[in-house]
Design a protein around this ligand. Structure first.
Ligand SMILES: C[S@@+](CC[C@H](N)C(=O)[O-])C[C@H]1O[C@@H](n2cnc3c(N)ncnc32)[C@H](O)[C@@H]1O
Length: 269
């Protein structure tokens, strides 16, 4: 990803920071906890949460490593602004160019960030550099599109009312990382040694207002919404009021996060 792309992404996160924290925070917090459960915390003195965002996982990291210096790193000033409430040092820094000394960290957490990096191997090598020998990195990304039936209905309704988003959907960014085998392939190009790589199933029940907020804040659905004219909006609400599918949304979704915990190998003698 060019510097420009990274800045663009950081800008998008900054402008949607509150929406992200409110909509996605509750979905991914339990998944982050499962990752943290799998990491060894005994004796951890320095911990970095890379791509900390709004700091969703910082309280749980601090609970597991109460004596450690925990640092949050992110490229997005708007996300870091929200993370400030957790009272840990925060650094505006690129995850692929960390300003830490070699071997200065015990644990690195990368929750839902690896798929944003154009060259995840390069990023993992950088993490490897700042971790001490025997230090550990834990990652979680999406194993499967967290598709929500209610969202499909929502978008189909918008499409059928003439608000189709003209942008061709791009391949999912997490596709190259969405299976344990792919994660093993990725890590094998680094000095990390495997501890555990796995996929887990989670159920999330969305509240209607939570889901609606997300649709009005992010991506394709937001773009469709913005394309609406008042006339279309009237016909949409008319259709909804007369018993359309929109009133019968299934608000639960199954999501499959893909996890990896790897340890830095000892340097060659
Ligand atoms: C999906 S959010 C995840 C945030 C947090 N880890 C969580 O689980 O809630 C991805 C975060 O990665 C950050 N990010 C993306 N590319 C980055 C980079 N090159 N360096 C540092 N942070 C980056 C974004 O700004 C965003 O806050």
């Amino acid at each position: 990803m060019s510097r420009q792309d990274t800045e663009r992404l950081a800008g998008i996160y900054s402008s949607h920071a509150r929406g992200y924290a409110d909509s996605w925070g509750p979905v991914i917090r339990p998944m982050g906890q499962r990752l943290l459960d799998a990491l060894p915390w005994d004796g951890a003195r320095r911990v970095v949460d890379l791509g900390t965002g709004a700091g969703t996982h910082l309280p749980e990291i601090r609970r597991r490593a109460p004596g450690a210096c925990v640092v949050g790193v992110d490229r997005s000033p708007g996300m870091l602004e929200l993370a400030r409430r957790h009272g840990v040092p925060l650094l505006l820094m690129d995850g692929v160019e960390l300003g830490f000394r070699d071997s200065s960290m015990d644990v690195a957490v990368m929750a839902f960030v690896l798929f944003h990096l154009d060259d995840p191997v390069l990023a993992l090598r950088e993490v490897c550099r700042v971790l001490r020998p025997g230090g550990v990195v834990g990652t979680v990304t999406w194993a499967e599109d967290p598709e929500i039936e209610a969202s499909r209905v929502w978008e189909a309704e918008l499409d059928s009312h003439g608000a189709r988003d003209p942008v061709t959907p791009r391949p999912r960014r997490d596709e190259p990382l969405n299976t344990p085998e792919k994660m093993v392939g990725l890590f094998s190009a680094t000095r990390f040694e495997p501890m555990k790589v796995w996929v887990e199933r989670f159920e999330h029940h969305w509240e209607l207002d939570e889901l609606s907020r997300m649709h009005l804040t992010f991506g394709r659905s937001k773009r469709s919404w913005n394309r609406w004219t008042r006339a279309l909006a009237r016909s949409f609400s008319g259709a909804s009021a007369s018993g359309s599918k929109v009133l019968h949304l299934k608000l639960s979704s199954t999501v499959l996060p893909s996890y990896a915990a790897w340890r830095v190998g000892q340097p060659d003698p």
